[in-house]
Design a protein around this ligand. Structure first.
Ligand SMILES: Cc1ncc(COP(=O)(O)O)c(C=O)c1O
Length: 350
């Protein structure tokens, strides 16, 4: 049996009628841009998160960029973030003209909260932790740091839809949280899509304005913005999928526990350590082994797909060579990048 790293077709088949009719209805009404499905999704997502505002945007990268811009971050500022993430978390900081300051990862592959304060200086404006692989970062400690130093806190929730830290949803701790609905994410559209959630009404208005060419109403451009609207068809698809996210997340967590059971103690495999008192939503199941290449080949020979998140930590990428980070600055990120391997965590057959 072939086990691809991501299987999007089986999930589609399970909701085919609803998804097909949602898409056809938009085409029938030619409601391609700013269709009612966008507001309906935003309302449902905000309600499920228990927050006041959700702003749909074109993708998870724009969600971070727009948030940084509307919090006033720009040239001369520093934003603290984590060394191991998808490049969006850092490149958006750079796009604003600010400088990303990278912190090493802890044993959970999230930002090491004990190493943040030593990097704070008068230029520091914000912290962006990433709840990577579906596991919450040490968010209460991070929030205590942002409160103490009066910094903005933006949670990158691209991989952690509805994950929880001590019973509270991650994404509700900071000034705003950003989401990706890239097809392979826990809540995935059929193209690019993203959103920002916040309880701050003034910020919500600015975010909405900036994402829509700086205008809240047509031809009323108050600032120069960008075109980063959530597509109506994508909104309709994730709206159909939203009621199923908890069932899928539970299935991912069950599969995580099953992997733990069968992989623990095999060779030098380190199963993913889990924080106490969190709801980990297993965007991927990420192990570590010093024999990664051999394991990848072995699994490939057995038709089992895997992936690496990520093979090069962001500060060590060519794009960031000017910042001159050395492996000794970020020892865990440097070591883990050669050892991590992700297994798919959502299956429909076992
Ligand atoms: C941690 C993280 N942040 C940001 C993003 C960016 O999202 P998108 O691909 O929707 O732009 C991703 C998506 O891969 C991600 O995994």
């Amino acid at each position: 049996m072939k086990i691809p790293f991501v299987d999007l077709k089986t999930q589609y088949n399970s909701l085919k009628n609803e998804i097909d009719s949602a898409i056809h209805s938009i085409i029938d009404r030619t409601a391609f841009i700013k269709g009612p499905e966008i507001k309906e999704f935003e309302k449902a997502f905000a309600k499920d998160y228990g927050v006041k505002h959700c702003i749909g945007v074109a993708n998870g990268t724009d969600a971070i960029y727009i948030t940084l811009k509307m919090l006033g971050i720009g040239a001369g500022d520093e934003v603290i973030t984590v060394a191991n993430s998808w490049i969006s978390t850092a490149e958006t900081i750079s796009q604003t003209g600010a400088t990303p300051v990278f912190i090493d990862i802890d044993e959970f592959s999230t930002i090491d909260s004990s190493k943040i304060e030593e990097k704070i200086n008068p230029k520091t404006k914000a912290i962006i932790p990433v709840h990577l692989y579906g596991q919450p970062a040490d968010i209460k400690k991070i929030k205590a740091i942002t409160d103490k130093h009066k910094l903005f806190l933006i949670e990158d929730c691209a991989q952690s839809h509805f994950a929880e830290f001590e019973g509270e949803k991650v994404g509700t701790f900071g000034n705003a949280a950003t989401f990706s609905f890239y097809p392979g994410k826990n809540l995935g559209a059929y193209g690019d899509a993203g959103a920002i959630i916040t309880n701050d009404g003034d910020l919500a208005e600015k975010l909405r304005m900036y994402a829509n060419h700086g205008a809240l109403t047509k031809h009323n451009h108050k600032i120069t913005g960008i075109n980063s609207r959530l597509d109506t068809i994508q909104a309709a698809i994730i709206k159909v999928k939203l009621p199923h996210i908890h069932e899928w997340n539970n299935e991912r967590a069950n599969n995580g526990a099953y992997y733990d059971k069968i992989l623990n103690g095999i060779g030098d495999i380190i199963i993913p350590p889990k924080r106490e008192n969190v709801k980990h939503v297993y965007h991927v199941y990420s192990i570590r082994t010093k024999h990664r290449n051999e394991l990848v080949q072995f699994l490939k020979d057995s038709d089992i797909g895997t992936a690496i998140h990520y093979p090069v930590a962001i500060p060590f990428m060519e794009a960031y060579k000017d910042l001159n980070y050395q492996p000794s600055d970020l020892p865990n990120a440097a070591a883990f990048q050669d050892q991590i391997l992700s297994y798919q965590a959502l299956f429909y057959c076992r």
